[in-house]
Design a protein around this ligand. Structure first.
Ligand code: NAD
Ligand code: UD1
Length: 354
């Protein structure tokens, strides 16, 4: 059984990935400083898997703690989720974002290299990137070859910089004397599209602190009456109904993409290498369509109004997922209806238990 370090494993996507890795026969080890999560998520994971994962409360910028975990747990691979992710806040506090998102990545990479030196297997390093790196692209759907555009906010820029760091480290390994880097790195950047939903058990889900910025977390809170009506940000986009189109992916499908990427990395013999995969469904859904689907599957009305466009939003964004299907053998299986139903059950559970 391989021990996999999951940074940010108490968070939304991390917690679902911990469950998926456990089910696939890996042993997840979590480091999280709980800056955007709650230790109760460990109870939810234990409820689903029957096992409480090994958990270290601490910061990924703490290299001494990382060294201790790598040695104590004999880490064989990493999935690096830990980062801040609020776009608006990143514009107001760029240093906070560059410090956390870049320094955490650097420390985790350095500790991985130190620990794995001399080992014979490949060292998988999976990184949470985002479709935000494509910016306002000229063509749809987005393939991994679609050129990246300069980021429009510091959060997006941390994702682009992180991809470049991984590229440079792998490139250096490829050029170096093999003895210098006895364990070749297999870095994989997964460019997530729009993760939504919760585990069908409703034991874990998304728990944003404060007022949610993203559509589905806000929508479910507006539907339950916990928030003001949802504002649709613009109905004059060049899309069939005028509202923004995105590629919404169930978080359980997204979690399984990490398992597929981890298995793929361990199976390759030509590392060092750096791969990039789009992780979406390949289908675009508008804000209005999403509201209609939610109302249909839950029978609950979503109070909403039409507002101005949100600065920085693109009209349309959806993935070509051929590469992940062909190479990782992974594809999304859940529908938007599944994801919205699960998000609603999770919201109700939060509402009645908090
Ligand atoms: P999240 O905030 O729920 O999870 C991140 C976790 O990392 C949190 O539990 C937080 O406490 C922890 N953390 C942050 N900084 C840390 C540090 N320095 N040390 C230790 N722990 C730290 O976010 P999420 O939605 O699960 O996102 C996970 C990753 O995926 C992030 O890198 C995010 O940028 C990326 N991503 C998310 C989305 C999305 O829509 N949710 C889309 C694209 C990419
Ligand atoms: C946002 C981030 C992006 C990040 C992604 C996933 C911005 C500008 N971009 O993308 O960097 O990678 O989340 O975390 O914040 N909408 C409404 N009303 C709302 C909220 C959203 O109409 O209250 C609309 C948006 O205009 C968009 C769609 O819903 O058309 C999805 O929005 P959101 O969930 O915030 O995701 P993205 O904008 O795709």
């Amino acid at each position: 059984m391989q021990n996999i370090l999951i940074t940010g494993g108490a968070g939304y996507i991390g917690s679902h990935t911990v469950v998926a890795l456990h089910e696939a026969g890996f042993r997840p080890v979590i480091i999280d400083n709980l800056s955007n999560s709650d230790a109760r998520v460990l109870d939810g994971i234990a409820h689903i898997t029957g096992t409480r994962p090994s958990f270290y409360r601490g910061d990924c910028r703490d290299i001494d703690l990382l060294r201790k975990i790598f040695t104590q747990e004999d880490i064989a691979g990493v999935i690096h989720f830990a980062a801040y992710k609020a776009v608006g806040e990143s514009v107001q506090e760029p240093l906070k974002y560059y410090d956390n998102n870049i320094n955490a990545l650097l420390r985790v990479l350095i500790a991985s290299q130190e620990h794995s030196a001399g080992q014979e297997h490949v060292f998988p390093f999976i990184f949470s990137s985002s479709a935000t790196v494509y910016g306002e692209a000229d063509t749809m759907p987005l393939t991994e070859e679609t050129p990246r555009k300069p980021a429009t906010n510091p959060y997006g820029n941390t994702k682009a910089i992180a991809e470049d760091i991984l590229h440079d480290v792998v490139h250096a390994q490829r050029r170096a004397n093999a003895s210098l880097y006895a364990t070749p790195l297999h870095a994989i950047a997964l460019r997530y599209f729009n993760p939504i939903g919760a585990h069908p058990s409703a034991a874990i889900g998304e728990n944003p602190h404060g007022r949610p910025e993203n559509l589905v977390p806000y929508l479910v809170q507006a539907a339950s009456g916990r928030r003001e009506p949802l504002t649709i940000y613009g109905n004059d986009y060049p899309t069939p109904d005028g509202t923004g189109v995105r590629d919404y992916i169930h978080v359980v499908d997204l979690a399984e993409a990490h398992v597929a990427a981890m298995q793929y990395a361990f199976a390759q013999t030509d590392a060092p290498r750096f791969d990039i995969f789009n992780i979406g469904t390949g289908r675009g859904t508008s804000v209005k369509e999403l509201i209609a689907t939610f109302e249909e599957v839950t029978g609950v009305n979503v109070p909403h109004t039409i507002g101005a466009r949100r600065p920085g939003d693109v009209a349309v964004c959806y993935a070509d997922t051929t590469k992940a299907a062909d190479i990782l053998g992974w594809r999304a299986r859940c529908s938007i209806a599944d994801a919205l139903r699960d998000a609603w059950v999770w919201e109700q559970r939060q509402h009645t238990t908090s």
